[in-house]
Design a binder for this molecule. Structure first.
Ligand code: PMP
Length: 406
């Protein structure tokens, strides 16, 4: 992508054009949530302005249009992650709800005392706590893959954890705190070899890597729309048909039923069995628009742009006196964590914010990871397709100033 093309891409994000604290906004908190392109904002406004109606009750024109847009959004998502069938795409509120769905539906109905769930040290709380709740109720046990000193999963230790009791391996595709890209194909293949199911938390992967759920070979894949230039409140659980069909519903109400009587209820087919109540119609339409934005741009090109920019950021951070990178994974996407000697991350973030530079500090909802690293938290800069070298240079210059001052 040349500079002119990148400038055009960036100009599609109205939020990036503003000043913050008197400075042009340098938005480097994309792992928390990305900004939204104009076309996503317009798709949502258009839906509410012209097509707003409830879905799947198409007795009138608006409802027909809303249903068509909503279901074609599902097809867009299926194509985007190379899912074989759109009915395997379940709308959720986000990654958190997608993982809770699997935990509550599959976990509570399938797990027994002594069964094992394998997670990793670098998981987001959203891929830890749902399993702890299920483990408490079923007597299942949680096993944790350790990290090596660089922030990569210790694959030998992982293989050592697998056995006949392993029922599920649930790991992040990309770490939100360290940016580590996990070898998910290898992880899935090893889990399959012992007959375990696999769930991949793709919250930090979908915007930065090409995702092909069939090539990965996993059973479930979860992600959130808002980290992919789409709206908040919408996300996806993808699962294999034969598993989803065997799983019981987890939330109940309208939409998810076939017939209801006080003598008993039968349930709807996929995906509706898992979509009780009026869904986030505008959210699904907005997410599809975000995916169209990415696919129109050429995702492979975006991935290359971000990879080069990440290398540039990491190389620049290494030059800042007193700065320590936290995690040096073999492959990295999106996020880079670091600490500055003698400066509390919160103070540093406040000083950066005064210069219009937005990044995140803290434990990044990965307290067990922070504990394993022996730190309370990090400063995290995370990139998106609209960031460029100017953004990185602004951050580096500000960090050099902080480092000189302290
Ligand atoms: N997993 C990972 C790796 C994440 O980064 C996040 C969001 N920070 C989540 C899960 C949870 O996503 P959401 O809050 O959108 O449900």
């Amino acid at each position: 992508m040349n500079q002119q093309q990148h400038g055009r891409l960036r100009s599609q994000f109205p939020a990036l054009a503003q000043k913050v604290n008197g400075h042009p906004l340098i938005y480097l908190d994309n792992a928390a949530t990305t900004q939204k392109p104009q076309r996503v904002l317009e798709a949502i406004a258009r839906y509410y302005s012209t097509d707003n109606a409830n879905v799947h009750r198409a007795a009138h024109a608006l409802s027909g249009r809303a249903t068509l847009a909503f279901e074609s959004a599902r097809e867009t998502v299926a194509r985007f992650i190379k899912a074989p069938r759109p009915q395997e795409v379940i709308w959720t509120r986000g990654t958190t709800e997608a993982i809770n769905l699997v935990a509550q539906s599959w976990g509570l109905s399938e797990l027994q005392a002594g069964d094992e769930i394998v997670l990793s040290t670098l998981e987001h709380h959203a891929n830890i706590v749902p399993w702890q709740l299920v483990a408490q109720r079923t007597g299942a046990l949680i096993r944790v893959i350790p990290l090596d000193k660089n922030g990569d999963l210790d694959m030998d230790a992982y293989l050592g954890l697998l056995g006949t009791r392993t029922r599920l391996v649930s790991v992040a595709h990309v770490s939100n705190a360290l940016g580590t890209v996990n070898p998910v194909k290898e992880i899935v293949a090893a889990a399959k070899a012992v007959g375990a199911l696999t769930l991949i938390d793709g919250a930090q992967a979908v915007a930065h890597l090409e995702v092909d759920v069939q090539a990965i070979g996993c059973d479930f894949y979860a992600f959130s729309g808002h980290k992919l230039y789409g709206p908040t409140g919408i996300g996806v659980l993808w699962g294999r048909t034969e598993l989803l069909e065997r799983m019981p519903p987890w939330q109940a109400g309208g939409e998810m039923i076939d017939r209801v009587s006080f003598a008993g209820t039968t349930f709807n087919v996929l995906p509706f069995k898992f979509e009780a109540g009026t869904p986030h119609i505008a959210g699904a339409i907005g997410l599809a628009s975000a995916i169209d934005f990415i696919t129109d741009l050429d995702k492979a090109e975006l991935v290359r742009h971000e990879a080069a920019l990440t290398d540039y950021l990491v190389a620049g951070l290494r030059q800042v006196p007193g700065l320590r990178l936290i995690g040096e994974p073999r492959q990295r996407a999106g996020a880079v964590s670091f600490l500055l000697d003698d400066i509390h991350p919160q103070d540093a973030a406040t000083l950066l914010d005064m210069q219009g530079i937005a990044l995140r500090v803290g434990h990044h909802c990965a307290m067990p990871l922070m504990e394993s690293l022996g730190i309370g938290g990090t400063m995290r800069a995370s990139l998106a397709c609209y960031n460029d070298r100017d953004d990185v240079d602004a951050l580096l210059a500000a960090l050099h100033k902080l480092s000189d001052f302290f």
